[in-house]
Design a protein around this ligand. Structure first.
Ligand SMILES: [Fe+2]
Ligand SMILES: [Fe+2]
Length: 277
């Protein structure tokens, strides 16, 4: 048994799998073939359907006519919007962590949402499928949930020390455990049958240049989405050499980066609303 398998064995209950995400993802690229199935898959969960319709009818989306069923929501708001909301509602369940010093579930969830919208804005700028990158951004730090559940206080302390010493968390993890949260998260997503492009985006989100050629752009996109999320509170991360490296990797001009940041800024209200769910 390798070290990460041992880690999984240590947790009594793994985070609940967001089972809807892998089922809804194929329709992102082919909705026509999957429309009825998609509607049924959402409707089968009455609690999720109720929340989804409530959000679609909220002041934020403000539809011309009240939406009373999933089919109508998809037709009015568009499948991308419904997919994003359904994946947030499904994903939010798996971000529950023990409340120990240094571990802040709410903070990690909000950062995940912001990174999801950040990765999506970068995907749009470089022509990748936005919903897929949104999901990769949403789940990129899920490995931290596994580590917090398995190691509790000890992991909280590692997070506190990393902040105090200004060391990236993934490097502190590698020093302490021999692996990092990106690899742990990718292994969890493989167990959950999340599509391989998303798994690669998560696995390489701190080291996009290590990703295989076919997933390099995806990993770079999540890496940049993560940077843009951090830049909301700490604009100085935009001076980081790693930030400039990934911008160069994606061949993005300064104007394009600014557009991505503005697009992420436009999602501020929806992030606020969904971070309280
Ligand atoms: Fe990370
Ligand atoms: Fe992150």
């Amino acid at each position: 048994m390798n070290e990460i398998q041992k880690l999984f064995a240590k947790i009594e209950v793994l985070p609940p799998a967001p089972t809807l995400i892998p089922k809804l993802m194929p329709a992102l690229t082919d909705l026509n073939a999957n429309f009825d199935e998609v509607v049924k898959m959402i409707e089968v969960d009455p609690a999720l359907t109720a929340k989804l319709l409530q959000i679609c009818n909220s002041a934020f989306f403000g539809p011309a006519h009240p939406v009373t069923e999933v089919r109508q929501a998809v037709n009015q708001a568009g499948y991308q919007s419904v997919y994003l909301l359904a994946s947030i509602l499904s994903g939010s369940e798996c971000f529950q962590m023990p409340e120990v010093p240094g571990v802040n579930s709410k903070h990690i969830w909000k950062h995940s949402l912001t990174s999801a919208y950040g990765s999506r804005s970068v995907a749009e700028a470089i022509g990748l499928e936005p919903g897929t990158l949104f999901t990769a951004g949403l789940l990129h730090d899920i490995g931290k949930v596994v580590l917090a559940r398995a190691r509790g206080q000890e992991y909280g302390l590692l997070l506190i020390r990393a902040v105090q010493s200004n060391t990236p968390v993934y490097l502190s993890e590698e020093t302490a455990y021999g692996y990092n949260h990106a690899e742990v998260g990718a292994r969890l997503l493989e167990r959950w049958d999340i599509p391989p492009q998303v798994v690669a985006g998560v696995r390489y989100h701190h080291k996009p240049s290590d990703a295989p050629a076919e997933t390099k752009k995806i990993a770079a996109c999540v890496n940049l989405g993560n940077f843009l999320a951090h830049a909301q509170d700490k604009p100085m991360v935009l001076e980081d050499p790693d930030f400039n490296f990934v911008v160069g990797m994606l061949n993005l001009s300064a104007d394009k980066v600014r557009e991505c940041r503005e697009r992420l800024g436009e999602s501020k209200n929806v992030i606020e609303m969904m971070s309280k769910k």
